[in-house]
Design a protein around this ligand. Sequence first.
Ligand code: CP
Ligand code: NVA
Length: 314
Amino acid sequence: MVTSLKGRDVLTLTEFSREELLFIIDTAFNFKQRYLAGERVIPVLAGRHLAMIFEKPSTRTRISFETAMRELGGDALYLSASELQLARGETIEDTARVLSRYVDGIMARVYEHWKLERLAEYSRVPVINGLSDLHHPCQALSDVFTIMEKKTRDVSKLKIVFIGDGGDNVLHSLMLAVGLLGGRITISSPRGYEPHPSVVKLFEEYAAPNGGVFEIERDPYKAIEGADVVYTDVWVSMGQEKEREKRARDLEPYRVTVDLMMRAKPDAVFMHCLPAKRGEEVVNEVIDGKWSVVWDQAENRKHAQKALLALIIP
Ligand code: CP
Ligand code: NVA
């Protein structure tokens, strides 16, 4: 039995039990079905406002949240961190206190993850992580929804392989989401590119008790053997631009090519959170090829976030 999720923050997804996560995904299936049947507006959040603070650029997160709020009967405000008084030294604590007098939820995309924790501590409305250096929970929520839609609702039956930067924020959240649902994720990355220790700790505390497992296989050809889902993300995340050359050198053997994809199961799907750096972590023949589900995956951000918003915004 899932009781109300109203007021819940979403910083890492570990705020939810397995049952609650499945409930949010079921709600996403329902919202998508109704949307495709022509029911564009489901005004369960009429009169509610979501503030969206961005320290970094965004296409998908910004637009999927904005349209989701409107289709739920509410509204969303795009706030560039550089144009808020935050940029002139107003504290995160004071910003959180003031914003929560105006709006019903706060979504923020930040560099350092601790800023979200601080926002959540001082906000009296729910805070949603729209990507930090460590986590991207809304991406992972919609990714497990996409995996279930394309494959099976029982993700523990699947071989899910992530190839590339093992310290990537999108991977961290995918590990936690798959792990919370009792699934296994195989990570293929070079030495020095492992999941962040704080994420491994969360995984041990929340995912492992549900049956979640992750493993590291350095050889991408071995890792991809028998994969149902192949996932990658950029080699250089926002904020890592100074490391570009070293990262490109170290991650070169981890490019997702046709040759690599041929070792996965014949019906394997290729996923990427986007934006992609074509020719770097993935070649055109894969992202545009028969395996790719990246456009449905991007669309699902909106359906999954609608479910999340409808359930957590008071
Ligand atoms: N996947 C994702 O979060 O994309 P944006 O950076 O465009 O929001
Ligand atoms: N890992 C990427 C994800 C972008 C959606 C980044 O942080 O830039």
